[in-house]
Ligand binder design. Structure first.
Ligand code: SF4
Length: 464
């Protein structure tokens, strides 16, 4: 075993051996933060032919990359194609429209990064992976800047020849995202899921939001490009429906009020193609960078979820007073079906629910390793202090400015009480974090890790 550190932590070696013996089944590893789950996961899968290691955010890729480098295993990384793209990353394009724009640029020979792709060998990309730091942003920037090629296609080209593929959650949970980078099937992979307690909160895996401005923007496009009248009538009805939302609490909206029927969706898709062609022509005539984005794509995507029986539609007034329609999953079927596909599963978390709950959700008989239960406490008692504060909640239904202020007061209290070390505060979402942080005064030294913050920035700030 190529363990890269001088000594194992309590239970690490045993966990590696136990997991390795049961590869091919559904395994749960519950171990506290700091146990070293990442290296355990990697070493226990060293004999597996293909491993897909998924993390929630791209910043969480860095520790996995660090351990893969430490054990000298071949790997590649993929996260959002849009965020990896040196051309369209900052163009303000709708995520739903990104791949259409990328394809147009490629087909028209307008993407220099793609044009050079076949002139650079995979071994050059592997060299950049080896010589870059562990930050995924740095890896992507080096591929674009040093090799001058498309980071997404360069890194996904390595998938077939890499044992470990480190990716963000959507590559596992959404087939349409998986297909953008992978040419083989999920059934070829042993899958490791980091922070797997997230599976209980399925709303964080699948969620779509539609606001009044989205529908207004779509209406503008439909009118500007003279698309079908049925389309306009439907969008006006949808806008009126959203404008009647009054409750801060999530309220179920009957799907019949939102879903226009398969026929109109088909028509919309045809109209969107027509609209894109018109926009494309304008851009080529004006010699502009191709950026064909329309909120119509977002609406069609939303409606496809509405059709799915695993989702329900809710309306609510957001914290800033804006009216939103939200589509949220109401059953575990999607996750369950998806997780039945891989060759084997390893679910890891420090806060993994009990075996009976995991088994019920995933309809399986998992092999459950609770490290502290089986091997004793990893960290001494005197290093742990629990403070349970029941006066706050992050429950979606109860979110309000008053609640965010309470959280901010609580954090300031902790900050003023703990006079050494670094305090790490974890939030259920970036949106939640931003709302709390906006109520903490500037005299508290703080770094907020946002969607665009790199791992290196967080580390540098913390240790500066
Ligand atoms: S080929 Fe790559 S660099 Fe070019 S537009 Fe697509 S994602 Fe961006």
């Amino acid at each position: 075993m190529k363990f890269p550190y001088t000594t194992f932590r309590r239970g690490q070696k045993e966990s590696i051996e136990r997991i390795a013996k049961r590869l091919g089944s559904t395994i749960v590893l519950k171990a506290p933060t700091g146990f070293g789950k990442t290296i355990v996961a990697i070493l226990s899968h060293i004999k597996a032919p293909k491993v897909l290691y998924v993390v929630r955010t791209r910043n969480e890729m860095a520790p996995v990359v660090r351990e893969l480098k430490a054990v000298n295993e071949g790997f590649t990384i993929v996260f959002s194609g849009r965020r990896m793209c040196p051309i369209l990353r900052n163009v303000g394009i709708e995520p739903e429209d990104f791949w259409i724009n990328c394809r147009l640029l490629r087909e028209k020979g307008l993407c220099p990064y793609y044009e050079r792709l076949n002139k650079v060998s995979s071994s050059s990309v592997e060299r950049v992976l080896r010589t870059s730091g562990i930050d995924p942003h740095e890896i992507v920037a080096n591929i674009a800047n040093k090799l001058g090629i498309c980071p997404f296609f360069a890194l996904s080209r390595l998938i077939n020849n890499s044992k470990f593929i480190v990716a963000t959650y959507p590559y596992l949970f959404k087939e349409e995202v998986f297909r953008t980078a992978f040419s083989d099937d999920l059934s070829e992979y042993y899958v490791i899921i980091d922070e797997a307690h997230t599976l209980l909160n399925i709303q964080s895996l699948y969620e779509e939001v539609l606001s009044e401005p989205d529908v207004e923007a779509a209406l503008r496009d439909v009118r500007t490009y003279s698309l079908g009248k049925d389309f306009i009538d439907y969008l006006i009805k949808l806008r009126d429906l959203i404008s009647r939302i009054k409750s801060k609490m999530l309220k179920k909206v009957e799907k019949a009020y939102v879903y226009p029927g398969e026929g109109l969706i088909q028509l919309m898709e045809d109209d969107i193609i027509e609209l894109r062609l018109k926009k494309l022509k304008e851009m080529i005539d004006a010699r502009n960078l191709i950026n064909i984005s329309t909120k119509l794509t977002k609406i069609v995507k939303f409606l496809k979820y509405v059709k799915d029986e695993n989702f329900e539609v809710y309306g609510h007034l957001d914290i800033d007073g804006s009216r939103k329609l939200r589509i949220l999953p109401t059953s575990y079927n999607l996750v369950r079906d998806r997780l039945k596909m891989p060759k084997g599963l390893l679910l890891m978390s420090g806060t993994m629910p009990r075996k009976d709950i995991v088994d019920k959700i995933l309809e399986c008989d998992s092999y459950y390793i609770d490290v502290e239960e089986d091997y004793g406490r990893i960290f001494p008692h005197y290093n742990i202090f629990y403070a349970v504060y029941t006066a706050v909640t992050s429950s979606f239904r109860k979110r309000s400015i008053a609640e965010y202020i309470k959280y901010a007061e609580l954090l300031k209290g902790v900050f003023n009480t703990v006079n050494k070390g670094v305090i790490l505060a974890l939030y259920p979402s970036y949106e939640f974090m931003d709302n709390v942080v906006s109520h903490i005064e500037n005299d508290v030294t703080m770094i907020s890790e946002g969607p665009k913050t790199s791992f290196a920035e967080v580390v540098n700030e913390v240790f500066s």
